[in-house]
Design a protein around this ligand. Structure first.
Ligand SMILES: NC(=O)c1ccc[n+]([C@@H]2O[C@H](COP(=O)([O-])OP(=O)(O)OC[C@H]3O[C@@H](n4cnc5c(N)ncnc54)[C@H](OP(=O)(O)O)[C@@H]3O)[C@@H](O)[C@H]2O)c1
Length: 268
């Protein structure tokens, strides 16, 4: 059976990927940054089969290396798909413009987002690349976001989630760089894939007046951009659509690309 590694697998889309691939009979490895025993207990309680959990914060290169060694022992040195899912959402100042965030917090949020969403993706990819090379599918998928689309940002004046969006834009270049290095030469697919707007709790509650105004502004522009959009989709809907894109994607068709769960630039 094919094998898959998923970072940030404790909840949200990461856990959803584990559920999906486990149900398909795959050999599944979930990486969590803390409380390994808690995720193991959940996996056990829900009856997920062929799932092994490793503890690895994506900022911790030695921990990722150790997890890769653990995976390698089980799979015989191979891995079919790696999913860089873990992300920092820089959650404290989601609605403010860049000049409205206190300088010290701005620096901290940008640094944290960069460490996890950019350096973490590189550390994770580097740790598992030797196994991917030896695998048969050879796919490295990195979770992306429409918030990192410059055209969308400019057309709709999307001001929210600045630190997150900036870091995820850099993540897209990470994916392109790996593709430039190994896409054509080794036939490995590197793809930045947005899951759509998904109900994982990630989008937060609009508790303050500024947050409510920001959310309202976002919903109004989304309605203009995508009249079909009825609200966030479920984890299951998103994963089913993403798996379709992952299955069809090849280094020739989408190598180094940045697409949504629809396989194009329609982010909702
Ligand atoms: N949901 C959406 O609407 C949406 C839209 C666009 C893109 N995305 C992308 O989809 C991916 C998953 O999003 P989600 O909604 O499932 O997010 P989520 O529910 O907030 O889950 C994020 C996961 O990442 C883990 N994580 C955070 N920092 C980490 C680190 N340093 N090392 C390892 N794991 C870490 C978290 O661990 P803990 O459980 O320990 O906190 C959590 O399990 C992200 O890359 C996100 O940017 C989501």
């Amino acid at each position: 059976m094919p094998s898959v590694v998923i970072t940030g697998a404790a909840r949200g889309l990461g856990y959803g990927f584990m559920q999906y691939f486990s149900a398909q009979g795959w050999t599944v490895f979930g990486l969590v940054r803390r409380n390994k025993a808690e995720t193991e207990a959940k996996v056990e309680k829900e009856g997920l089969k062929n799932v092994t959990i490793f503890e690895a914060d994506v900022q911790d290169a030695p921990a990722l290396q150790k997890a890769a060694e653990g995976v390698s022992k089980i799979t015989g040195g191979k891995l079919d798909i790696m999913i860089n899912n873990a992300a920092s959402l820089a959650p404290n100042y989601r609605w403010e413009n860049l000049d409205e965030i206190p300088t010290a917090v701005l620096e901290e949020e940008l640094t944290d987002a960069y460490r996890v969403n950019v350096i973490g993706v590189i550390f994770g990819t580097n740790a598992f690349l030797p196994l991917i090379r030896a695998g048969s599918m050879k796919k490295v998928i990195t979770l992306a976001t429409g918030m990192a689309d410059l055209d969308l940002t400019n057309e709709l004046d999307v001001t929210s989630a600045a630190a997150y969006s900036i870091s995820k834009t850099a993540t897209n270049m990470v994916v392109a760089k790996y593709n430039a290095s190994y896409g054509k030469s080794e036939g490995i697919l590197f793809l930045a894939l947005s899951p759509g707007m998904v109900d994982t709790g990630m989008n937060g509650d609009a508790e303050t007046e500024q947050a409510q105004k920001g959310m309202q502004k976002m919903i109004t522009s989304f309605a203009k951009y995508a009249p079909h959009f009825k609200g966030p989709i479920t984890v299951e809907e998103s994963i089913s659509a993403m798996v379709d894109v992952i299955t069809k994607a090849t280094p020739e068709s989408l190598g180094g690309g940045f697409v949504s769960h629809h396989g194009d630039k329609n982010w909702l």
